[in-house]
Design a protein around this ligand. Structure first.
Ligand SMILES: NC(=O)c1ccc[n+]([C@@H]2O[C@H](COP(=O)([O-])OP(=O)(O)OC[C@H]3O[C@@H](n4cnc5c(N)ncnc54)[C@H](O)[C@@H]3O)[C@@H](O)[C@H]2O)c1
Length: 432
């Protein structure tokens, strides 16, 4: 099939490349000329394991193309996926759909034959209806069908998640298009992915309800961790103890910093905003958002206690600053609240992240990027393990740090407290 992906970011690039690897002809379009030029030269704009090899392979065999020409790319395609950003609006909690609607207007000018237009971006309930209205202003209704196909891939695991999804959700009010889309996904369905065909609004809501539920699970265990810490219980035992119940499940029950990233913070706010418009009070999700917004402050309070309320001039090392491992995405990472706070309080901060220097910290006083784990840890009073990269799991702190006064705040509970203590260092974890 001939596909056009509009927006070549985490979702558009990964799904476009994977569709081309499944034998489709794919054009990935972006308005960012530099991004497209780089991709044509094999330079990948994001850190995502396995992506580079797959891009090079499919670009070489010409199933995958890159372009900034939206109109031509749409004209050449049968199925058009909208994969642009839907961030939180400025001065509101709702999703900013300006990129979606501007793309819909562009599409309406380029429909030369029947096309299925799909939102792969995460969009609030009724957005498909709005897109349909925009298209109808310029094009006869029998020339297009608007569907929803939410994407569930996780950054860092994106290719595997795309190829082996738990489920493929298609929301379409038109049976013919739903069948075409089922055919597009048939290589994944035959490998075991469940296929869910529903109406367009339901598909839009499935995505938000999934993200809100996962954010709730994380927030739930983070609050249980707060109790564990006071009651001298290891939250890891609680996660195992409740996670083994099949009704609950063990995933997303790891206590740690506030949830962040490009999806959960904006999507929890957007679903509440949508429900408010329908005059429905999503009180559970509201309190999840509130609890998560207090989480970084709570952990910073603990940092203050660990340093005996003397942050000024203390050398603090951050291992990992991205919101999770295996991605370079800094959007809504809790380090964006923690590092500026500590820098303002007069700490000297060094950070190391396997995905390199971060421009987000470049204007902060006394915050420097270290080129290696060793350089970051050296001379520190406190090491904060912020992101759970494999690179950090077997660090021998004894080799890297001479002083016994080193304190380690393990915000992901990846180290054995006993082992760290036996090396003579002070250990602090989350909920333990
Ligand atoms: N990142 C994830 O893990 C993830 C997972 C599932 C769903 N989503 C959803 O997918 C959507 C995209 O997310 P993302 O992280 O890939 O965003 P992104 O910011 O990485 O990429 C969006 C791209 O769209 C491009 N763009 C914007 N307007 C355009 C236009 N008019 N024409 C062509 N290109 C245009 C931008 O230049 C950018 O490269 C969002 O709605 C998000 O919520 C993201």
């Amino acid at each position: 099939m001939k596909l056009c992906m509009i927006g070549t970011g985490y979702v558009g690039l990964v799904s476009g490349v994977c569709f081309s690897d499944l034998g489709n002809e794919v054009i990935c379009v972006d308005k960012d000329q530099d991004k497209i030029n780089n991709l044509k030269q094999g330079i990948i704009p994001i850190y995502e394991p396995g992506l580079e090899e797959l891009v090079l392979k499919n670009y070489k065999n010409k199933r995958l193309k890159f372009s900034t020409n939206l109109s031509n790319s749409i004209k050449k395609s049968d199925i058009v996926f909208i994969c642009v950003g839907t961030p939180t609006k400025k001065n509101s909690t709702g999703a900013d759909l300006s990129q979606i609607f501007s793309v819909a207007k562009e599409i309406s000018k380029s429909i030369n034959k029947f096309k299925i237009i799909i939102t792969k971006s995460t969009v609030p309930v009724t957005t498909g209806d709005e897109i349909e209205k925009i298209l109808s202003k310029k094009v006869n209704k029998n020339k297009f069908s608007v569907a929803s196909n939410p994407e569930f891939l996780r950054e860092g695991e994106a290719i595997r998640d795309f190829i082996y999804p738990d489920r493929v959700v298609i929301g379409s009010n038109d049976k013919k298009s739903a069948t075409k889309l089922r055919n597009l996904y048939s290589p994944l369905i035959s490998k075991g992915a469940k296929f869910i065909s529903t109406n367009r609004r339901a598909a839009e809501l499935i995505k938000y309800a999934s993200n809100a539920f996962l954010a709730t699970k994380i927030t739930f265990i983070n609050e249980i961790a707060n109790l564990c810490e006071k009651a001298q219980i290891d939250v890891e035992d609680i996660s195992i103890g409740i996670g083994l119940d099949k009704r609950i499940g063990s995933r997303f029950l790891r206590a740690g910093p506030a949830y962040g990233g490009s999806c959960f913070p904006k999507d929890t706010k957007a679903i509440v905003n949508t429900a408010d418009k329908f005059k429905i009070n999503l009180s559970v999700i509201k309190s999840v958002i509130n609890s998560n917004s207090l989480r970084s402050k709570l952990l910073l309070k603990k940092v203050n206690e660990i340093l005996n309320k003397k942050i000024r001039n203390k050398n603090i090392c951050f291992l990992g600053v991205t919101f999770k491992a295996n991605t370079d995405d800094m959007r809504d990472s809790s380090s964006l609240e923690m590092i500026p706070f500590l820098s303002k309080k007069g700490a000297q901060i060094k950070y190391y992240d396997p995905t390199g220097f971060k421009k987000e910290f470049s204007n902060l006083k006394n915050v420097n990027f270290a080129n290696s784990i060793g350089e970051a840890v050296k001379g520190s009073d406190l090491v904060i393990l912020h992101t759970e990269w494999n690179d950090f799991k077997s660090i021998n702190f004894k080799k890297l740090h001479s002083s016994k006064n080193l304190k380690i705040y393990d915000m992901r509970n990846i180290y054995s407290p006993l082992k760290i203590k036996s090396q003579g260092f002070k250990y602090f974890g989350i909920g333990r």
